[in-house]
Ligand binder design. Structure first.
Ligand SMILES: O=C(O)c1cc(C(=O)O)c2c(n1)C(=O)C(=O)c1cc(C(=O)O)[nH]c1-2
Ligand SMILES: [Ca+2]
Length: 552
């Protein structure tokens, strides 16, 4: 039935959320992925038990954090579904399920969550619409088409809501789209602005492309941005260049594999930083940078921190109209970069390991990178960044010229040609890493011997780090200071989703969706049979898991 006493969501509440709520992708606009709750902590987490579970009824990759607003939970699942639940009891209020077109091909069948504003919520769909639902009833309030899914345009991200504007970005980097970020009026669904991530003729940055390559150059923008309310700046990550081999689109290719700084009122690009030029590896740098206040060499500054898919841990300085390079170092082994130029922040390439046309090229890490979309977290208590990284994987492909057919894959290689190679004699793959972003020192690391790590990570004030991401179906909790494994629980499926924490009536809960699919599954399929002890089959099917301390 409908929800009674729903708490309206305002800018003030989003900018300064109550400790018990999780209303943005990473809970706060700074993207840190940190819960200030500490009832569950290092000393009692051993008593954590399931409080309730709820089956989502669908297969494929469940990636969204449950979103909680004063006792009401909204969960987005694959196949365009949103489930509203009582966060304390798990009772269902309502369910919305989108009728997806029969001819829709979903390369990434997932959703990373719903955005909230006043008494509505917002879902970005894989058939490329933004849908506003009445939070109390799940009824559609408005439904706006963004672009044509038949042209390979789709969305997987959780919308970012800033001051009554719903901001989304499109996927399609593997279909030769020209990427964009677009803002809608939260009440009416009217489009307010649309900013292409590849500059058009006459716009600054256009000169980094040759000929007509910019029209189909990729630069999709498929993850939620972060937001600095003091300077009114949205930071949005931009994806790979298309097609993959760089020799098919010579130039630096702005703003692919970059972060762009946007004015949320009009979408204007204030400044940018490009992590790597002429992307050739499908290294989308879409995971938005975290906003962290830092002290370095005796001086405080406002940073952007981004452990990149390109295997470089990036520390940047954010100024109102400029982003400066501060530091960058590899956080997993790479043979693509020889270093980073101190003056400019440009990584120094080894051309041997850059894909081109007509020849097989191998590179490390693989095209899934040092870390793909699953987010890192930052704890202001420990001042450490927790990174779900992958080590000991290389990849490669043969660049091949292909005609661009709208709506069809346009990779610049054959899909069956994409390699994923475990390093010979590797004794582990996934690494949960804890970094001090100031000194660039790794403080601890947990190795996963027979699994990749493909799930988002969250930190809490109980000095806990929460992480799924493995093919053994486990959900794990670590000591944030030492990396000690404190607790684990097998779930129904593999977990790739973002864990989160919330509070209702004085009780702290930890919640996560379990449901393997999308690229966690692809890596799984590529490695099954190749690595001793690797799970060959991870069961699919989604379940929402909610844990609390056992009261006894
Ligand atoms: O270029 C793109 O537009 C695009 C979109 C997406 C997506 O929307 O999920 C992924 C990727 N690329 C990608 O390269 C990738 O590795 C990936 C993994 C996942 C996932 O959900 O596990 N999505 C995507
Ligand atoms: Ca991509």
């Amino acid at each position: 039935g409908p929800i009674e006493n729903y708490s309206s969501v305002t800018s003030a509440r989003l900018e300064n959320p109550e400790p018990g709520n999780w209303m943005l992708y990473r809970r706060t606009y700074d993207g840190q992925g940190f819960s200030p709750l500490n009832q569950i902590n290092t000393s009692n987490v051993k008593d954590l038990k399931p409080a309730w579970t709820f089956s989502t009824g669908v297969l494929e990759g469940h990636e969204a954090p449950p979103i909680v607003n004063n006792g009401v939970m909204f969960v987005a699942t694959p196949m365009g579904q949103v489930i509203a639940l009582n966060a304390k009891t798990g009772e269902e209020y309502w369910r919305y399920k989108r009728q997806l077109p029969d001819d829709l091909f979903q390369l990434h069948p997932t959703s990373r969550g719903v955005g909230l504003w006043e008494d509505k919520l917002y879902l970005a769909t894989t058939d490329d619409h933004v849908v506003a639902l009445d939070a109390k009833t799940g009824k559609v309030v408005w439904d706006t088409k963004v672009q044509d899914y038949k042209k390979g345009q789709y969305m997987t991200l959780m919308p970012l809501v800033v001051d009554g504007k719903v901001i989304v970005g499109g996927s399609g980097g593997e279909f030769g789209v020209r990427g964009y970020v677009v803002g809608f009026d939260a009440n009416s669904g009217k489009e307010l602005w649309r900013t292409f991530t590849i500059p058009g003729e006459g716009e600054p940055g256009h000169e980094t492309w040759s000929g007509d390559d910019w029209k189909s150059g990729g630069g999709s923008a498929w993850m939620t941005g972060t937001y600095d309310r003091d300077t009114k700046t949205v930071y949005w990550g931009v994806g790979n260049a298309a097609p993959w081999p760089g020799s098919m689109h010579p130039g630096d290719n702005l703003y692919t594999s970059s972060v762009i700084a946007l004015d949320p009122d009009n979408g204007k690009i204030k400044t940018h930083f490009q992590y790597h030029q002429n992307d050739s590896w499908d290294w989308d740098e879409v995971d938005a940078p975290m906003l962290i206040d830092m002290q370095r060499d005796g001086k405080s500054f406002k940073s952007l921190v981004h452990p990149g898919r390109d295997a470089i841990f990036w520390v940047l300085e954010r100024k109102a109209d400029k982003i400066n390079y501060v530091a960058g170092w590899p956080f997993v082994k790479t043979n693509v970069w020889k270093g980073v130029e101190a003056e400019t922040g440009r990584p120094i390439l080894d051309p041997e390991h850059k894909p081109v046309l007509g020849k097989r090229v191998e590179f490390c890490p693989s095209l899934w990178g040092g870390k793909d979309w699953p987010s890192a977290a930052y704890s202001p208590n420990t001042k450490l960044v927790y990174v779900p990284a992958n080590e000991n994987f290389c990849g490669g492909f043969t660049g091949e010229k292909q005609p661009l057919v709208p709506g069809q894959l346009w990779l610049g290689t054959k899909p069956e040609d994409i390699g994923l190679t475990p390093a010979p004699n590797a004794d582990h793959f996934g690494e949960l890493q804890a970094w001090d972003p100031v000194t660039g020192k790794k403080v601890w690391q947990h190795d996963y011997k027979t699994s990749q790590l493909f799930g988002a990570v969250t930190a809490t004030a109980g000095d806990l780090v929460l992480a799924g991401g493995t093919n053994d179906r486990a959900f794990r909790i670590f000591n944030a200071k030492t990396g000690e494994l404190l607790w684990e629980q097998k779930t129904n499926s593999g977990i790739m989703a973002m864990p989160m924490s919330y509070e209702v009536d004085g009780t702290q809960y930890i919640a996560v969706q379990s449901g393997w699919g999308v690229d966690a599954q692809r890596i799984q399929d590529a490695l099954a049979g190749k690595v001793k002890g690797f799970e060959n089959n991870v069961p699919q099917g989604g379940v929402i898991w909610v844990f609390a301390l056992d009261k006894k």
